[in-house]
Write a protein that binds this ligand. Structure first.
Ligand code: PDD
Length: 277
């Protein structure tokens, strides 16, 4: 497998990461997961914009332009002959002795990108999933796609241990998002999802779904749902790069609506599929 490391393509066994990389020690960096369908990236522009924004928010200067990076990522999937899958890309603040303060300008950020396996979660998309509700204990800049994912990792693990596919996070009485996905609840024909602010990651899939809603006469309201609202929902679903659109049929031990995938989720799955082929 070829890995892109700071602008150069290397075989995986030729790449070594320094123990004093700040990504390793502090989680001091940001990342993206970009889906590849039929040998091409899906929504590259949006992912690249978010990557650049995330880096800027934590004051990492990326040494390549968006066009250069996109070109290298294209070469990466050609070299690795990725037809269907995904690419993981991360940038860290660089390698230096372990001190909290930012290093000087002589320390260059480290960019790594490589293909990761990714296939459609067909069973979940078809049958729907169960979510496990828990308090959102993450920091207050969830809009940054930070390498620091402890809050997300702990939530996903707890959901898994409670036989759920994904965690549904709430801050006090308000629902925010999943541990690695955005959440939507449908009531009386309106789709509700948390506004894109510092409390959630503005998913690329979320932006695409918002476009699909606009173009197809579905009403999407970027308004917070309360935990209490969950029991009155007609249906629910989640979205992410790797999940696409997955209906939610159960939250904790409560059925959502009829407890089967709802018509809005089905319609969005159909429209999403149309968009990617
Ligand atoms: N996760 N919210 C969180 C907290 C996420 O980690 C993700 C994505 C999303 C959905 O974003 P997008 O539609 O751009 O994938 C929302 C990625 C896939 C991951 O960490 O693997």
């Amino acid at each position: 497998m070829y890995i892109l490391l700071n602008g150069e393509f290397k075989q995986k066994n030729e790449v070594s990461i320094d123990v004093e990389d700040r990504g390793y020690q502090f989680g001091d960096g940001v990342y993206e997961v970009i889906r590849v369908y039929n040998g091409s990236y899906f929504a590259m522009k949006e992912h690249m914009e978010r990557f650049i924004r995330s880096a800027k928010e934590i004051k990492i200067v990326i040494q390549h332009s968006a066009e250069e990076l996109t070109g290298m990522l294209n070469e990466l999937i050609q070299k690795n002959q990725v037809h269907d899958g995904a690419v993981y890309m991360q940038i860290t603040r660089g390698v230096t002795g372990r001190k909290h303060l930012f290093p000087g300008k002589d320390v260059t950020p480290q960019i790594v990108a490589y293909p990761i396996p990714c296939s459609k979660p067909v069973k979940e998309q078809e049958k729907g999933i169960k979510l496990y509700l828990m308090e959102d204990i993450r920091w207050l800049r969830c809009d940054i796609k930070s390498l620091n994912l402890l809050g997300n990792v702990l939530a996903k693990q707890e959901a898994y241990e409670n036989a759920a596919y994904e965690a549904l996070l709430h801050r006090g009485e308000y629902i925010t998002e999943g541990s690695s996905s955005n959440f939507y609840g449908v009531k009386n024909g309106t789709i509700y999802t948390h506004p894109a602010n510092h409390l959630i990651l503005n998913g690329v899939t979320r932006m695409k779904v918002a476009d699909l809603c606009r173009k197809n006469g579905l009403t999407l309201a970027e308004e917070r749902l309360k935990v209490d609202d969950l029991k009155t929902l007609d249906e629910a679903f989640i979205t992410s790069t790797t999940s696409e659109v997955i209906p939610v049929t159960e939250i904790d031990s409560m059925k959502v609506g009829e407890g089967v995938p709802g018509p809005v989720a089905r319609e969005l799955q159909r429209l999403f599929e149309e968009m990617i082929i």
